[in-house]
Every structure is written in C-alpha cells, then in structure tokens.
Design a binder for this molecule. Structure first.
Ligand SMILES: [Fe+2]
Length: 468
C-alpha cells in the first residue's frame, strides 16, 4: 500500500494511499464507538496491519442538533490515541449511522443532516470537489486491485433518505418496543438517487464486493433497526443484486452492539452473507442467550469487537475469510468460503456429462425417465440405466436413480420398499442394479418436491438383459 504504483485510489482521513495495482488481502471494519469512553480496540485493529479500514457508522455518538457540539465530539475521536494509530496505519473509508448523522434511530426526519454531512466529510478529509460533499447522503464506492483481484467497496447511506419507522406493541416480557415492517410502497431506505447510483456501481466489474450497510440486511427476527423494517426495500435490494448479476457480494453491517454472521440462501442466486461487527466499545459485555436469528451462521458473540475480511488470492480458487475479533485481536467467529461460492448459480448442482456408453433407449411400450417426470399421478412403464443407488439408514427403502446426482432436476428415483425386495430380490443390494438397465412398472408420485416411483411388488421391476 505504501508503493506509489499506478493510480492513487483513496486518500481519506490519513495521507496514506492504496495503489491500484495492489490487491487487497486484509480489510478491517467496525462500528459504534463512544468517543467519551476509552477505545483501546483501535490499537488492536492497527496491530493487525489492515490495508484498509471501513468505518460502518456510529463512528461517534453526536446525538445533537448543535453542530458545534457535534464538531467537538468528532474532535474527541480525532484526539483518541488508538484512532490516531489506526489513521497512521491505513486509509479509512466511512459511512455513517444514526448517532453520527445526529440522532438515535434518525432518518430523513433529522433536520441538520445537510450540515452534518459536511462535518462528516471534514472529519474524514473528503476533498472539497468530491461528489460525496455535493450529493444528498454520504454514500460512496471505490474499486481496489488489478483485474482478477478487484475488491469493490460500496458504502451505503441508510439514514439520509430513510422514511419513518413504524413502532409495534411492547408485549409483556419484552425489554423494548419493537419496530414493525413499514409496508408503504413509497417508504424508502436509500432514496431514488442512491438506488440509481447503486445499480451503476453493481454493474462495474469486480471479483469481490463489500456492500457496507450501517444496519443489518439479512437478520430479520429482532425488533431493532434493520432493512427488514422496510421489506419492500430489502426485496428491491435483492432484486437489484439478481438483475445486475452482481457477483462476489458480501454485506458488512454494524449498529447492533453485538457481532454475528448471517447467511441467507434464498435471497439472491448465491448465498448472501451479512457480517455484523458492532461495538468498538459499545457491545454488551456480559454473556446472554443468543437472540433469535434464523439466518445466523455459528455463534452470536459478546464483548467489544471488530471485523476482518481476509482474501487469499494466491490459489486458483481464492478464499475469503470473514472474521470477528475481540478486544485482544483474537478470532471469536470465522467463516471461510471459496470466492466461487459467490457466483450466480453456485448452488445449482452441476450436471456431469453422461457417458455415451451409459445411454439406454427405452424399448417399444416403455418411456424414458424424462418423459416419466411429466406424468405425475399416471401409471407408466419406464426403462433406464441405474446410474446411482442409495439406501435409508434403517434399510427400509432402496433408491435407484436415473442420474448420478439424485438432486439433479432430471433425476427419477425408483424406491424399492421391503415388500419389493422379496423373492428374486431378497438379497439384492445397490450393486445388483448399478449400471444395469431396468424396466419398472408403477405410478409416478411426488415426495418432498421430487418425483419417484415406489415399488411394493418384486414383479414390478426387472433387469433387462443386454446383448453383448
Ligand atoms: Fe446505530
């Protein structure tokens, strides 16, 4: 990062720069820093020697409409020894959340957001001619690294334009009044201009994209601030990610005073991870039972924390490690994935090309598995070569598949119950049928979304003799 090769990409807060030629391998991030209290964690982040630090919001707790008070609070952070150490270590990119924009849980209703935006820009040393100073909101984006190893950092502004939140009811036993979904189609998180900008950004080529949102995107079960308080906007985000075919997206979020990794597999066309690191000095320090989050991967951590994204570009299949670290810099939570997982269609089972020798044409009066799959509820005679087999643990049912991978959409499974494995099939195992053509008579039925033919009579299945 100290080399001055090629285009200088980022100069924020510190005078440190990153060259366009240098791939990012270590990025740190964090949120929620109460400037009035000690922040020893910044020194620990600096000790990790990240190439870039992403400040995800609640960078200070301003909580005021008095702009002089706000500036004084930023000054307090600027004077913090740990922060100064971090500033000397790497460039810093930032977005804000409610407290640093100016007020707890604030959105477009915060009256001083225009002025607050300029104070934010001053603190993060954003140049006078930068669009970040001119647009409505502090959103920004940068791409680092050479082709094949590009990391795009997108920092959203989820506050400046955000519509009114809806409060629910505080049920008995609840410690807070939860927010509930705002289903008004006009309600927004990003605002139209930022949505258009984001679409343009997602269309730019990059191998990995860190989509930074001050509030959580994936977690949906808690009653605090989250994208799910605006379900239509969250859906719009998922639709945009799908339509732009944006590969390599990992969401980084903060705000929650806890750390966790969430993963949603049905949001876009590949697993969508949301790595939440919150509480540079504001996290709950005591252990408590993990709050409900059906998308959580691993544990919910306690205590102050920061996040690290580490990328190993050295192998043909680069790996991305998502980490949460504690005040000592120790890893408390880690999920490592191949970058290829973050590609549209990565979860769809790849069909192995069929060996031409395994092809078996149904004889007259019989149909193929492909045809049988269109005849749900009908009695059919089907003929095919068995390409894989299986058995339930208790041995009650044997499976004969028309495809090597039983999850293949084109697979037809023949289920042999114990009643069918009598007489000539009494001692039959999977190997008895594997790679042999069979003739099956039975009714096509559905089980767990897949089509099958269940055989309860030994006479309903036979192995076809092949001419040598
Ligand atoms: Fe917040």
């Amino acid at each position: 990062m100290q080399r001055m090769l090629g285009l200088v990409l980022a100069v924020l807060v510190s005078s440190l720069t990153l060259s366009a030629e240098e791939p990012l391998t270590k990025i740190a991030f964090g949120s929620c820093a109460q400037q009035e209290n000690p922040l020893p964690i910044f020194a620990k982040i600096a000790a990790q020697k990240p190439q870039l630090y992403l400040a995800l919001g609640d960078n200070i707790y301003a909580d005021t409409v008095d702009l002089e008070v706000m500036k004084a609070k930023y000054k307090k952070l600027a004077d913090n020894e740990g922060w100064q150490q971090l500033v000397k270590t790497c460039p810093i990119l930032a977005t804000w959340d409610d407290h640093d924009m100016g007020k707890n849980d604030a959105g477009a209703d915060y009256p001083k957001r225009e002025e607050s935006q300029q104070i934010f820009c001053d603190f993060f040393k954003i140049p006078a001619d930068s669009p970040i100073r001119k647009q409505k909101g502090v959103y920004s984006s940068k791409i680092f690294g050479p082709e094949g190893k590009r990391v795009q950092v997108i920092l959203l502004d989820t506050r400046y334009h955000r519509s009114e939140m809806k409060r629910g009811k505080r049920e008995p036993g609840m410690t807070y009044t939860p927010y509930i979904p705002n289903l008004d189609p006009k309600a927004t998180v990003l605002g139209e201009e930022q949505w258009k900008w984001l679409e343009g950004e997602l269309k730019k080529p990059a191998e990995l994209r860190l989509l930074c949102s001050s509030i959580q995107v994936v977690a949906e079960d808690h009653g605090f601030e989250k994208w799910m308080n605006f379900p239509l906007e969250r859906e719009r985000l998922y639709k945009l990610l799908k339509e732009t075919k944006a590969n390599g997206v990992i969401i980084l979020s903060g705000d929650r005073h806890l750390a966790e990794i969430s993963c949603q597999t049905d949001a876009i066309d590949y697993p969508l991870f949301d790595v939440t690191s919150s509480g540079l000095n504001q996290a709950d320090k005591k252990w408590r039972p993990a709050e409900k989050n059906k998308h959580r991967v691993g544990i919910m951590t306690h205590g102050d924390n920061f996040g690290i994204i580490q990328i190993d570009w050295s192998t043909p299949s680069p790996k991305v490690s998502m980490q949460i670290r504690d005040v000592e810099g120790e890893i408390t939570l880690r999920e490592t994935i191949p970058l290829t997982l973050l590609q549209p269609g990565s979860l769809v089972a790849k069909k192995e090309p069929k060996d031409p020798k395994s092809e078996f044409k149904p004889r007259e009066g019989a149909i193929s598995p492909a045809e049988a799959l269109t005849k749900k509820g009908e009695k059919v005679v089907v003929e095919f070569r068995v390409l894989s087999t299986g058995m339930t643990k208790d041995g009650s049912r044997m499976f004969l598949n028309s495809e090597k991978n039983f999850r293949d959409k084109e697979n037809l499974t023949i289920v042999l119950t114990k009643d069918a494995r009598k007489g000539i099939w009494e001692k039959a195992t999977g190997d008895t049928f594997l790679n042999k053509p069979i003739k099956v008579t039975g009714t096509v039925s559905e089980f767990n979304g897949s089509l099958q033919i269940e055989i309860k009579d030994e006479k309903m299945i036979e192995i076809i003799e092949e001419k040598k």
